[in-house]
Ligand binder design. Sequence first.
Ligand code: GLA
Length: 471
Amino acid sequence: MSTADSAVSGRAEALARHFADVFGAEPDGVWRAPGRVNLIGEHTDYNNGFVLPFAIDQSALVAVRLRRPGLECAADAVRAASTYSPTGQGLSRAAFSTGGLEPGAVSGWASSAAGVVYALGRHAGASVPGFDLLLDSTVPVGAGLSPSHAVEVAVIVALNDLLGLGLDGLEMARLTQAAENEFIGVPTGIMDQSASLLGREGSALFLDCRSLESEAVPLPLAAHGLAVLVMDTRVAHSHSDGGYGARRESCRRGAAALAAQSLREVPEDADLSVLDPVTLRRVRHILGENQRVLDVAAELRANNIESIGKLLTASHVSLRDDFEVSCPELDTEVEAALAAGALGARMTGGGFGGSAIALIRQDKEQSVSAAVLAAFRDKGFRRRQYFLSFRLPEQAGRRRKDSGAKEKSGPVKGPLFLSCAEGKGFEPLVRGYRTLVFKTSSIGRSDNLPPSSLADRCISPKFDQSPWRTK
Ligand code: GLA
């Protein structure tokens, strides 16, 4: 078993124990789904275009136990708890009923679980009984690495397994997208859940969002001495804020004005001058971005990883100037990273905050991070608490002070950094959900498993024992 596998098993086992503590019975199993970083292909998914994300080792784990007949709860009662709480203390709890769920009926983090139940009922004809669920995630919240999709995927994989629904990865991707769009009410595309469900170790996922055909394209970063540095601006963003939906609507209008079913169907020689200036810029981004994804995939297939740098940077310029979803903090990170020697850099995810990524040589991690931190300081941006660097084996998942930050005392402040490179030096890219399903029965009871950052966080107060009732 690799170190990463052991760490995950340790997390899963700790979560199972915590679940038993909280709910008074062992879970039926523990399931895992990763977050993702999008290498390139931004806002193309809902335009039937191409995307190239990769799944990361940071992941959501859910321990689940289907409701047994009993006195304590109604048969369709869901008791859900998350180890993430805004105050950093205790658990966040939620309760809902699986029967008669209507869009919007559950808010907050538990809407991800409720949305999946809703979508399974509405689109897969599944009748989901009540269950107890304990969530623990290492996907950072607000960094644009899809923490909520990871939760949705973990929940649907768990329910698919427990209820014997027989859904495949694509069906689950579509259902979690329906959960987002219809239940939670955010008009997101299908990229994030696909990356989580279909991602493979050491590869990026090339996905054609029209045909939903996918290919694992090798991303041997470590073999080339490279890394993808994820730089979190700590600028909060939300896809329900309106900017995301407005971009989607512009794209729809653009396609209609060009008499195309979607922007994917716009011919190369289409006359874009019929579009108003704003729509023209939006459309130009999508057309160019689709081509860049194809070009990056081609370079990766030819093992020319370094050559993708300039395409990543071109993507950022287009997102900044044409699609207008960047922000000063993201632009600063990209510019500072490039000035410090990154081979390419771009914002990643939906934009308006979240993270930028930089393709760097591994030996530049410190200098690029320090340069970005300095640029943040120079511009007077709000600086935050920690750098995170995920390196295996020595520093896996541990918070560490960054040498580039000259704080005299207290926590080191600055944007958040995660570094993801395949294999040596960092936590590996993940393997896809199938090999990441853990059942309590297969976890074993060994105490020799290495401690994980999660296990530390799992030591939290017990629930009060009063039964939760949803009615
Ligand atoms: C968010 C959405 C995705 C995708 C990206 C932008 O992450 O969830 O579906 O649209 O933004 O590429």
